[in-house]
Design a protein around this ligand. Structure first.
Ligand code: AKB
Length: 314
C-alpha cells in the first residue's frame, strides 16, 4: 500500500484507521471519503472528499485522480440498523460495494472489504467456527456480507483484482461510537461504567459473541493488506477474533477496575435474536497461518485501557 482511499471514513473503524494509515504511510497518501465533512482529524488531517459510494462515476473519478493503489471500503450499514430498512441497507452495502469494486477494477487498485461474524447464521457450528463452513445468515446485513465475500472472490478469480477481507467480530473502541450494531453493547458498557457506574444490557446473560479491541483491528487490516499474496490460500474473508465473552464476563472485568460497577438487563428482542444467530467463538487459525494474525489485547487488558481512555475523554 502506498496511496490509499478509505470510504466510510467517519464511521467507528474509519475515524481510527484513517489516522493510523496517515501515520504509517504519510498524511498526503491517505484520502478519506465520506458523505459528510465532520470537523476533526479525518476531514482536516489530510486529503478528504465527499462521496456517496453508490455513485460509481464519482467513485472512479476520485480514485483515479488521487491515483490510489488501494481502496479500503468501510462504508456500510450495520446489523440491527439494517433490519429497520433492509432495502436501503442492501442498496448501500451491496450496490455501494459493486461501485467500489468496479472503480478498483478500472484503476487496478487492491481492495479491502470488512466482512463480519454476521456472515454466519444459526446453522453454522457455533463453537470454534471454522474458516470454511456453512454460511446461511438470517439478517439482511449478513446476507449482504456473504454475497460480498463471494463477489470479492469472484473479482479476484475473474479479473485478477487483489481483493482481501476480514470477518470482524464486535469491535470495541473509545474514539467513535458504533452505530446500529448488535455487538454495540460491549462499547456502551464502558461509556456507562465511566458516566454512571452502571449499565443496562440489551443482550441477555449467557450470550457469547466474538470481540476485538480496535488497535488489534487496525493492525490486522494493515497486516493483511501487506501480506505476501503467495501465502494467501483464502482471501474473502478471514475469521479474526481476540476474545469471546458474554455480558457478565465483561462486567466482571470492569469490576476488577471499578468494584462498585452494577449491571442489569433489559433485553432487546431484535438484537438478542441476531446475537443468538451468530457464532460463540471463531477459529482464527487460517489468519494466523496465512498472514500472522496475532492480537495483543485480551479482555482485561482492553478493559483497563478503555476505562482509562474514557475517563480522560468524558
Ligand atoms: C454489528 O454488530 O452489526 C457489527 C458486526 C459484528 O458486524 N459490529
Amino acid at each position: 500500500m502506498k496511496r490509499i482511499m478509505v470510504t466510510g471514513a467517519n464511521g467507528q473503524i474509519g475515524v481510527e484507521l484513517v489516522v493510523h494509515l496517515r501515520k504509517l504511510y504519510g498524511a498526503e497518501n491517505v484520502l478519506a471519503t465520506a458523505r459528510r465533512l465532520v470537523p476533526g482529524p479525518v476531514g482536516e488531517g489530510g486529503p478528504f472528499q465527499l462521496l456517496d459510494v453508490r455513485d460509481g462515476a464519482a467513485f472512479s473519478g476520485i480514485l483515479g485522480s488521487f491515483r490510489a493503489d488501494t481502496v479500503i471500503h468501510l462504508a456500510g450499514i450495520l446489523s440491527a440498523k439494517g433490519e429497520s430498512d433492509p432495502v436501503s441497507s442492501w442498496d448501500i452495502n451491496v450496490n455501494g460495494t459493486c461501485a467500489a469494486l468496479e472503480a478498483a477494477r478500472a484503476h487496478g487498485a487492491a481492495f479491502f472489504l470488512p466482512s463480519s461474524i454476521a456472515a454466519f447464521g444459526p446453522s453454522t457450528p457455533a463453537r470454534n467456527t471454522p474458516q470454511d463452513t456453512i454460511q446461511r445468515p438470517t439478517t439482511i446485513y449478513g446476507v449482504a456480507k456473504v454475497s460480498l465475500e463471494l463477489l470479492c472472490d469472484y473479482y479476484h478469480k475473474r479479473f485478477g483484482l487483489d481483493t482481501r477481507g476480514l470477518r470482524f467480530p464486535g469491535l470495541i473502541s473509545y474514539e467513535a461510537l458504533p452505530g446500529g450494531g448488535t455487538t454495540d453493547y460491549a462499547v456502551h458498557i464502558y461509556y456507562d461504567a465511566v458516566k454512571k457506574g452502571s449499565y443496562t444490557s440489551f443482550i441477555a446473560p449467557g450470550t457469547c459473541m466474538d470481540m476485538m479491541y480496535m488497535p488489534d483491528a487496525l493492525d490486522a487490516v494493515v497486516q493483511l493488506m501487506e501480506a505476501d499474496p503467495a501465502r494467501l490460500v483464502h482471501r474473502n474473508a478471514f475469521n479474526v477474533s481476540a476474545m469471546s465473552f458474554e455480558p457478565e464476563q465483561i462486567a466482571a472485568s470492569i469490576r476488577k477496575v471499578m468494584p462498585g460497577f452494577a449491571m442489569d438487563y433489559d433485553v432487546d428482542p431484535l438484537r438478542q435474536s441476531i446475537a443468538e444467530s451468530w457464532p460463540d467463538s471463531l477459529d482464527c487459525s487460517a489468519a494466523r497461518e496465512e498472514w500472522g494474525f496475532a492480537p495483543k489485547y485480551d479482555l482485561d487488558r482492553m478493559t483497563e485501557d478503555m476505562l482509562s481512555r474514557l475517563k480522560n475523554k468524558i
